[in-house]
Design a binder for this molecule. Structure first.
Ligand code: HEC
Length: 126
């Protein structure tokens, strides 16, 4: 049986452990975002130094968006619903946003990847 005091000290300990690991957690999130972005978004987007001559020229680079668009964070938070992504990106566990026969080869990501991608994109801000 837990006493309220031990629950309190447990949550205090947990809080200290978690906050001490906050920078590590942030770093992990950025690395996860870098990996997903390079693997899943570089077919169309130039992503920092990863593929400077890659992507599709009509598609904005990550660094251009992050540095030039004041609302870039919002755009990244729901990019999968913004055209042309519904035809190309699918969030694992959710139905595809389009059933179009013309849909491209799909990129499949986890919803948690969206935060990670945004954290990584922030590192491209000058
Ligand atoms: C099939 C090509 C393609 C892939 C794959 C792709 N994008 Fe895009 N993305 C585009 C194009 C084209 C635009 C520009 C749309 C426009 O000009 O309206 C764009 C725009 C964006 C925007 C700005 C959206 C807006 O409406 O302002 C964000 C953010 C974005 N992409 C993030 C991503 C991320 C993150 C991934 C990888 C998970 C990704 N994209 C994968 C083609 C792609």
């Amino acid at each position: 049986m837990f006493h309220s005091k031990s629950i309190w000290s447990l949550s205090l300990t947990l809080g200290i452990v978690l906050s001490a690991n906050a920078p590590l957690f942030a770093q992990t999130l950025i690395e996860q975002g870098r990996e997903v972005s390079q693997k899943q978004c570089s077919r169309c987007h130039v992503i920092g130094d990863f593929n400077p001559t890659g992507g599709i020229s009509s598609t904005p680079s990550f660094q251009m968006m992050v540095n030039a668009l004041p609302d870039w964070e919002e755009r990244f938070s729901n990019f999968f619903a913004r055209r042309p992504h519904p035809a190309a990106v699918e969030i694992r566990g959710t139905p595809p946003l389009t059933q179009s026969m013309a849909a491209m080869v799909r990129v499949v990501i986890d919803i948690e990847d969206v935060d990670a991608i945004t954290a990584f994109a922030r590192t491209l801000k000058k």
